[in-house]
Design a binder for this molecule. Structure first.
Ligand SMILES: O=P(O)(O)OC[C@H]1O[C@](O)(COP(=O)(O)O)[C@@H](O)[C@@H]1O
Ligand SMILES: [Mn+2]
Length: 650
């Protein structure tokens, strides 16, 4: 033991070879521990709405505006503060606008540069110099550092700063400088980002969101059911591929696949046009606004139907292959009476709204026609071979997981499957039983196997597990008794469309249940919180996102435009800064253009969920714990130097 410790200290002494070096590091770490904790920003259910996402990222759910208020208090009008905020979010576009009306740009630059420097000073004050230095934009690193650091030794500070600012303006670099310093402020107001699931589907730009996340300075992702669906598709799972295309078609977003990812949909399009030429496809109307191009719209409708039928077939095949999923009831094509045009569900006969199934052989309803098979083979190759998609999936895999424990908070997208009585539900997965955290861990590892396992069957199970996670009643990311896709397309009876939620969602006010979940994930219920998304909070019906006296926060971000009429707002985001937890309610985002022109922001209201009595420091966080360990080790090293057990390396 002693020997091991000496060995470890020897290693450490390579990094800190002298008493002086070790001491300096201890002092530095101690200083960091006493700084206020960095701000965490939580977003969920972005659903491809990249403009709204980009805006919330820029304004840090009100964090930029808060900094402006802190700095200027009552010395700036609310209007001027909003202009300054807009400048920080959209510096380039805002300056273009200003230039059209402002007669004295030099004056404008001077005033705004001064204000931006003050805001960035405040934003930087929470961090060590070294961390700020790393965040500085390359071109202006030196001068920004000069401007935001207090200089005690200079007597006439004002003229010192003024001369720097005037030089920037004189040499024609004011705009670039404003852009750089605005970026720095955005970068500094949020220290770490949590994406609590569902980046993909419904909206037009998930790929743009993924590109943005790839460059974000610090983040983690808890996968949502829609993200896992795309992961399954990227791994070549046919049920997932068909669902991904069907959802893109349903929302008129096939461009994501064609233009965003370069996946060729021409074979599917020509097949759909031919096969459903005279079919009005009325059950497959698209969601969202009508497309101006009628021919494109007609084609989308037919592709929507073609891929839906393919989906029901391939899903039937998976159900037959993966008997352990016990989903036989959800294979519906063999429950149709093709002559009568009806289906038997739970012992009841329903009339189908659409009975044109030219590719279904009633005796073998799950078999793909030759052409359908050819299309699926090509799509499988296209998805698995798409470099950009694979790159985005690698980001999800490396930054993400099914859940995360971070600074005493438990983050997951959907739920923890429970029994009616609130106990953890035992779930069978490939012949083994799991519940609670073990269920999450098992599913997480299956997903990774779906990408990385060498053994073919293991890899196949991993891929099929992603489809399971998408729609299985026992999946913690789905959390509903059935996915009623077929019923919603083909049956008029609304009661068949209902997807019953797992008891979890009705037990969230029950403290005992919530505490059980927290303990299951190793958290102390006295201090912990659960943050989850997935279920839109219907504020217009008086529903609150805060459950169980603030222990649980359900913050479906409601970015998805299609869902805003159900929630009445654009949903919630969460901020966890050194003063506590803040829930922010957002108004619907109109457009980037409106945000710039009208200087409209979308956070409407903030609720303090928890205010701490003493400001939280880095020392109180998970990183703080690690730093304290390092301090302890370094103190042992110091002792070893001083006792002669280890010799300084000069
Ligand atoms: O309204 P749409 O887009 O067809 O989607 C409905 C489906 O989406 C789901 O709500 C899942 O999506 P969410 O994770 O966003 O809730 C399913 O339960 C449901 O069957
Ligand atoms: Mn979801």
């Amino acid at each position: 033991m002693k020997e091991l410790e000496t060995k470890y200290l020897e290693r450490l002494s390579d990094l800190y070879p002298t008493i002086a070096a070790a001491s300096t590091e201890i002092i530095n770490l101690q200083a960091i521990l006493n700084l206020p904790k960095g701000t965490e920003h939580f977003l969920t259910d972005i659903h491809g709405e990249y403009e709204a996402f980009a805006h919330v990222l820029k304004n840090g759910s009100g964090s930029v505006r808060r900094k402006i208020d802190d700095v200027f208090g009552n010395t700036l009008s609310s209007r001027d503060k909003q202009s300054l905020a807009t400048l920080i979010y959209y510096p380039k576009a805002k300056m273009e606008l200003v230039k059209k009306t402002e007669s004295n740009m030099e004056d404008w630059y001077k005033i705004n540069l001064y204000r931006l420097i003050e805001v960035s000073k405040r934003a930087a004050s929470k961090y060590t110099r070294s961390k700020v230095r790393k965040a500085l934009p390359k071109d202006f690193a030196y001068v920004i550092e000069e401007l935001i650091t207090e200089k005690a030794e200079i007597n006439d500070k004002e003229s010192y700063y003024n001369s720097i600012i005037m030089t920037i303006i004189r040499i024609g670099r004011a705009e670039e400088f404003i852009e750089a310093i605005s970026g720095l402020i955005q970068r500094l107001v949020v220290d770490h980002l949590h994406i609590v699931g569902d980046i993909y589907d419904r909206g037009p730009g998930p790929h743009i969101i993924m590109d943005k996340l790839a460059t974000y300075h610090s983040l983690d992702i808890q996968w949502g059911n829609h993200d896992v669906l795309w992961m399954g598709a990227a791994a070549g799972q046919r049920g997932c591929i068909a669902n991904v295309i069907r959802i893109c078609a349903r929302y008129g977003n096939l461009d994501i696949l064609e233009d965003g990812y370069g996946i060729n949909l021409l074979p599917l399009a020509t097949f759909a046009l031919r096969t459903y030429q005279d079919d009005p496809c009325t059950c497959f109307k698209l969601k969202g606004p009508e497309k101006p191009n009628k021919a494109e719209m007609e084609m989308d409708l037919r592709m929507h139907k073609a891929i839906s039928i393919i989906q029901f077939k391939v899903e039937g095949q998976i159900i037959a292959q993966q008997k352990a999923f016990h989903l036989e009831e959800r294979a519906l094509l063999d429950k149709i009476n093709y002559e009568k045009g009806t289906i038997m569900l739970d012992g009841k006969e329903y009339r189908l709204l659409d009975t044109n199934f030219p590719t279904i052989d009633p005796k073998n309803p799950y078999a793909l026609s030759e052409e359908e098979e050819d299309i699926m083979e090509r799509l499988e190759r296209a998805f698995t071979g798409c470099e950009k998609l694979q790159e985005h999936m690698r980001l999800l895999l490396s930054k993400g997981g099914l859940y995360k424990v971070y600074n005493n908070n438990l983050l997951y997208h959907g739920c923890v499957p429970l029994n009616e009585d609130g106990s953890l539900k035992e779930v069978e997965l490939f012949g083994k039983k799991y519940k609670g955290k073990k269920l999450y861990d098992a599913l997480d590892s299956y997903i990774r196997k779906g990408f990385f396992a060498l053994h073919e069957q293991e890899k196949q199970n991993g891929r099929d597990a992603m489809w399971y996670i998408w729609l299985h009643p026992d999946s913690p990311l789905f959390g509903k008794n059935k996915m009623a896709t077929f019923e919603r397309y083909f049956l008029a009876e609304k009661e068949t469309h209902v997807e019953k939620k797992n008891p979890y969602y009705f037990l969230l006010e029950n403290e005992q249940v919530v505490d059980t979940i927290m303990k299951e994930f190793g958290l102390n219920p006295e201090k912990a919180h659960i943050v989850n998304g997935h279920v839109p909070v219907k504020r217009k019906d008086g529903e609150s996102p805060i459950k169980c006296n603030g222990k649980v926060m359900v913050i479906d971000g409601g970015f998805s435009k299609a869902y805003q009429k159900e929630t009445g707002i654009a949903g919630y985001t969460l901020i966890y800064n050194s003063y506590g937890l803040l829930l922010v309610a957002h108004e619907p985002f109109e457009s980037t253009e409106a945000a710039i022109q009208k200087e409209s922001d979308i956070h409407s209201e903030m609720m303090v969920v928890k205010r701490v009595l003493e400001r939280r420091l880095v020392g109180d966080t998970d990183i703080g714990k690690e730093l304290k360990e390092q301090v302890k080790d370094l103190e042992s090293l110091l002792l070893a130097y001083r006792s002669g057990r280890i010799v300084e390396k000069l």
